[in-house]
Design a protein around this ligand. Sequence first.
Ligand code: PLP
Length: 453
Amino acid sequence: RNSTAEWQAQDLAHHLHPFTDQHALPGHGVRVIARAEGTYLFDSDGRRLLDAFAGLWCVNLGYGRKELAKVAYDQMIELPYYNTFFKTTTPPAAELSKILADITPKGLDRVFYGLSGSDANDTIARMARHYWNLMGKKTKKTIIGRHNGYHGSTMAAASMGGMTYMHAIADLPLPGFVHIQQPYWYGEGGDLSPAEFGRKAAKALEDKILELGPENCAAFVGEPIQGAGGVIIPPETYWPEIQRICKQYDLLVIADEVICGFGRTGYWFASEHFKIEPDFMTLAKGLTSGYLPLSAVMVGKRVADVIAGDKGGEFNHGYTYSGHPVSCAVAIENIRLLREEGLVTRVHNETGPYLAKRLQELKDHPLVGEVRTLGFIGAIELVKDKAKRQFFKPVGEVGTICRDHCFANGLVMRATRDTMLLSPPLLWTAAHVDEFMELTRKALDLTLTDVKK
Ligand code: PLP
């Protein structure tokens, strides 16, 4: 077994990390996460960290679940791989398809598999165009997303997203992808009430459609709650308006539930809470609790009837690992355990409300301007002046300081701009929430001391 220093040296010399300023990596400072159990991570020196981020919004069942490992082992012995191309399926791919059709909202009865949220959204970008072509509406090509939305890193998924720093490195977005305002009331709502602002942010979609011409617009894409953008929970008035506008101008609705799905918000899917009626739903992450890569595009009746109908023809798209039998077997077991242990209901009824209540206590802290949660996804916004809703400049420094204090004190939370994001495993109990609160307050106090310097 290597030492920590050896792993760090190997990594530094050869590993290009996602979303990392490689040049700024310290000579030997990369943390090596070696093991995990329940909701705790252990680094290669044996230090324990409370994971308030479920890996990367994905380890919904928590770490070390032997049931998932056993299912993967058994499936590997039985049939480690076979494709789902050319009129073939496998028992896990078939069974999971039925389960997903049952648990997702009504009408989403067909599923197309991929390996990541990015490739799933790429699939949707192609499938949406294919659909409109089959409908004889070949000009309906543009997909409208939102500033600061995140849908993945492939060329199409990064174009659907509205992260300008991602666009900048590769001359994106591609033609046919545009963006409107995000429903970020705390940051952009000004004097409007949340309800008024929700309507205004939705109206931006109508304005964009009229600017481009409805005959050119294929779909609207949004995360029910923007995750990577800062856990932006839209006002209740937002999604119903979006839904109405899409109906009026005949746009498909894409709900990207890669983060929100599988209980994260206390609902199986956040579309239930926001009353979104998607034509496509993107699933990944919590689908397998991150134990193996798998994504799924749920396709609604309207689109499925056309592309899988008599005029549909071949959908010339797919991945070697579409419907990978081991990933599908793990997803089936993951969903079974989430149900058996009642974790989604518990987040909805007990632990989610408890987390929300405890987080509210942080509003007495001089740095905390707003906290927001739905179930087990949440944000703590750090601001310079809460009375004036004034943010720090330059943006991001204070968030990074706070994140580093969390790490140093045994807590993993992510920072986006100066907002601390949390997304704990669904297995957290009230005791985990209490532990989290203690560590967070400590990190906030240390951050305040630094800010005052
Ligand atoms: N969509 C959303 C909402 C996401 O948060 C992410 C990843 O964080 C993706 C898509 C991309 O998923 P992946 O990283 O599996 O490609």
